[in-house]
Design a protein around this ligand. Structure first.
Ligand SMILES: Cc1cc2nc3c(=O)[nH]c(=O)nc-3n(C[C@H](O)[C@H](O)[C@H](O)COP(=O)(O)OP(=O)(O)OC[C@H]3O[C@@H](n4cnc5c(N)ncnc54)[C@H](O)[C@@H]3O)c2cc1C
Length: 223
């Protein structure tokens, strides 16, 4: 499954227009409830240069995936945000990040937000080996495990779930962020809270998409 990275596209054919209207996600939802909205984690934002990098997974058929598949310099897109993102805790003893290919931008930015003294384990499920993107390769204390599941979306989250179950939890007070398919997310959340007995305030889980469902709600925390 290719991941489109819109970082450093070829030079735009038209001069980018200045935004005429600054809106929050809530304002856009209120003003244009009929418009389709899709949530993506910004990979990088440079206000001074007016650049926003977003990585789209091309998963098959869906308005966002279809748009990204045909995207070309000079096209325009309406963007609102940022929404309330995950606040990485710099004082945590350790961090576990678990997600599929859609969560790679979130995982990468959380790693970058944490002090290098915090040990981080990243478990990332991808369709094929080529989908593995570099995640802070020189960072000390980073253990990245790529889990290649193959192209059948019906198996999404199975490898990730098994790897989380095998994961040996370090000593101390850590934090966990999980982002993946919604049903897999619920199984992983249940394992962490009920079988491992972790406190809910240490664990953030987000259903990024749901197998067989179009336009899955953005705010699915699996709670
Ligand atoms: C907080 C948050 C951050 C996100 N960040 C990113 C990001 O940075 N990059 C990114 O690519 N996605 C990200 N997502 C996930 C993205 O919003 C969903 O994948 C979205 O459903 C894609 O919309 P679509 O129009 O392509 O497909 P939809 O119309 O929603 O779905 C069409 C069909 O495709 C299937 N489908 C949807 N997504 C996938 C997938 N990934 N793999 C396989 N089948 C799928 C659905 O089950 C459905 O059958 C994020 C989601 C959240 C909540």
């Amino acid at each position: 499954m290719p991941i489109v990275n819109v970082e450093n596209p070829s030079p735009p054919t038209a001069k980018p227009r200045k935004p005429r209207f600054a809106a929050t996600v809530r304002q856009v939802q209120r003003l244009t409830p009929h418009l389709l909205r899709v949530t993506f984690a910004p990979r990088r934002f440079d206000a001074a240069r007016g650049e926003l990098d977003v990585d789209f997974v091309l998963h098959g058929v869906g308005p966002a995936s279809d748009w990204a598949g045909q995207a070309a310099p000079g096209q325009s897109l309406q963007i609102a945000g940022p929404g309330k993102g995950y606040a990485a805790d710099p004082g945590t003893d350790w961090m576990l990040l678990a997600g599929d290919d859609t969560a790679i931008p979130a995982i990468a930015t959380i790693i970058e937000a944490l002090p290098t003294t915090v040990p981080v384990t990243a478990l990332v499920e991808i369709v094929e080996t080529a989908d593995a993107l570099p995640l802070a390769p020189a960072r000390p204390g980073l253990d990245v495990r790529w889990l290649v599941r193959g192209s059948d979306p019906a198996t999404a989250g199975r490898l990730l779930e098994a790897e989380v179950q095998e994961w040996v939890m370090p000593a101390g007070d850590g934090r966990i962020y999980v982002g993946c398919e919604a049903d897999a997310l619920r199984r992983i959340r249940r394992h962490l809270l009920q079988e491992r007995g972790l406190l809910p305030e240490r664990v953030v889980t987000r259903g990024y998409w749901k197998l067989g469902a179009t336009d899955h709600p953005d705010r699915d925390f699996g709670e």
